[in-house]
Design a protein around this ligand. Structure first.
Ligand SMILES: [Zn+2]
Ligand SMILES: [Zn+2]
Length: 164
C-alpha cells in the first residue's frame, strides 16, 4: 500500500496545467486502485481524479463540487462514502488543519505533515523525518505500528510568539 499513487501525484497537485487525456488518466488511476486489490468503479475514479486535478487539503464539499461539475448524476453520499473507504484503505488521509473542518489529502510515497498556528492560522510544512523517532519509539516501547500519514500539530508560530 505504501507504493500507492507513487508517480505523478505531486506534479499534478502542484497546479500543473497539464492534465493527461481522459482515457489515459483514468487507466492510470484504475491501475493504482487494482494494485491494492480494490475495484476501480467509475465513482471511485472520479473521486481520485478530483484529487489529482484539484490539489491538496480538500474538504468533502470541495471534492463533491468538483465531481458534480463533471458528472452531475453522482450523489453526495456516494462521494462521502468513497472518501471514508479511501481513508480506511490509506489511499487518502483525513486531517483537521484548524477550524474543525476535516480535509482530505491524497497520499503518495512522500509523506508530509504540518505545524498549524492557532493564532494566525499559518500552516507550516513539517518534514516526515521529524516524526521518525515517534514511529520508532511507538514500535520499540509499545510494539505499536504508528500510521502517521498526514499529521497536524497545533501551537503558536514564531511570529505570534514574538508578540508576547
Ligand atoms: Zn498537507
Ligand atoms: Zn502565528
Amino acid at each position: 500500500m505504501r507504493g500507492f499513487l507513487r508517480s505523478k501525484v505531486r506534479v499534478l497537485t502542484a497546479s500543473s496545467p497539464t492534465i493527461s487525456p481522459p482515457d489515459q488518466h483514468y487507466d492510470d488511476l484504475a491501475n493504482r486502485l487494482r494494485s491494492i486489490g480494490q475495484r476501480a468503479t467509475p465513482q471511485r475514479l472520479l473521486v481520485l481524479a478530483a484529487f489529482q486535478d484539484a490539489g491538496e487539503h480538500l474538504t468533502a464539499d470541495e471534492i463533491y463540487a468538483r465531481i458534480s461539475e463533471r458528472s452531475p448524476t453522482v450523489n453526495r453520499s456516494t462521494v462521502y462514502r468513497t472518501l471514508e473507504t479511501f481513508r480506511d484503505l490509506g489511499v487518502i488521509a483525513e486531517t483537521d488543519l484548524g477550524g474543525g473542518v476535516r480535509r482530505y489529502q491524497l497520499l503518495d510515497h512522500e509523506r508530509h505533515h504540518h505545524l498549524v498556528c492557532h493564532d494566525c492560522g499559518d500552516i507550516i510544512d513539517l518534514d516526515d523525518d521529524v516524526l521518525e523517532p515517534i514511529r520508532r519509539a511507538a514500535a520499540e516501547r509499545y510494539g505499536f505500528s504508528a500510521e502517521i500519514d498526514h499529521l497536524a500539530i497545533f501551537g503558536r508560530c514564531q511570529f505570534c510568539r514574538g508578540d508576547e
